[in-house]
Design a binder for this molecule. Structure first.
Ligand SMILES: [Zn+2]
Length: 102
């Protein structure tokens, strides 16, 4: 039975084609901006995300895959973005595992 009453995602979260984290194999089908602005779908190659399960920073690729952001790519991010991503990673790491795996 399908769920016809599913709640649509908030405006800063976009539904995307399923992607798998290359580190923990968590599969996700939504990506958010985290800043309350409108998220775009599909994400552009080079856009980044934080895995909700293992908190690794990932990059969207030209295909429907993702890869781990390199240290050099991390250091090229603006300092404010690195701070925001680090805070996001710390929040994810404190989530109960069963909640992070939703
Ligand atoms: Zn992961």
């Amino acid at each position: 039975m399908s769920d016809q009453t599913a709640t649509p995602p908030p405006p800063d979260v976009a539904l995307i084609a399923p992607r798998t984290c290359p580190v923990c194999t968590y599969t996700f089908s939504a990506a958010g901006k985290g800043d309350q602005s409108i998220a775009t779908a599909p994400p552009h190659p080079g856009d980044y995300a934080v895995c909700m399960c293992c908190a690794v920073v990932l990059l969207f690729t030209e295909t429907t895959t993702m890869r781990v952001m390199s240290n050099a790519e991390w250091l090229r991010l603006p300092r404010e973005m690195r701070t925001q991503l680090t805070e996001m990673r710390e929040r994810i790491k404190t989530l109960p595992k069963d909640l992070a795996a939703l």
